[in-house]
Design a protein around this ligand. Structure first.
Ligand SMILES: O=C(CO)COP(=O)(O)O
Length: 157
């Protein structure tokens, strides 16, 4: 498919129901893209898509990669993929009401998404705006800031 994107889907436990509803609502669009999920979120996304398609569900039709569970390194794996330019959109329903054991990983992931100018939705309304944007289905390519002067800086040693 033209303009197929690599879309990351992640949710903390208290937000998984929200993401499942959002995936259910947007299943037709999501099936056209390559999905990358942290472990537990990914299982839920697969189940939601399967339930939605019912008997017509074709395992092959879902292009999904499951990383490790977030607290076990999944956020860091996803962050590495962002740094390598392998993620084109992030939908991350993080929990604003509960601290996570891997909060530092969450922060690192969101930092890299910002650094590399990856379209990132951290709540449902923004996810709605993102997926319904004409740019989502286009070949829009976000500009990444040029860090050449930082890379080539002179160190006083
Ligand atoms: O913890 C997460 C994101 O920070 C999500 O991990 P799981 O999808 O494995 O629950």
């Amino acid at each position: 498919m033209e303009n197929r994107k690599s879309v990351a889907l992640v949710a903390h436990d208290n937000m998984k129901r929200d993401l499942a509803e959002w995936v259910d609502w947007n299943w037709e669009v999501l099936l056209k893209h390559h999905l990358i999920c942290t472990g537990t979120t990914g299982k839920m996304v697969e189940r939601t898509l399967r339930d939605r398609r019912g008997k017509e569900f074709d395992e092959e039709a879902v292009d999904i990669v499951l990383l490790k569970s977030g607290p076990l390194g999944g956020d860091q794996q996803l962050g590495a993929m962002i740094a390598e330019g392998k993620v084109e959109a992030v939908i991350f329903f993080w929990d604003p009401m509960q601290a996570q054991p891997h909060d530092v990983d969450v922060k690192a992931l969101l930092r890299l998404a910002t650094l590399y100018n990856v379209p990132t939705a951290i709540n449902r309304s923004t996810a709605d705006f993102l997926i319904s944007s004409p740019l989502f289905g286009s070949n829009y390519c976000p500009v990444v800031k040029d860090y050449k002067s930082y890379i080539e800086r002179t160190l006083n040693q």
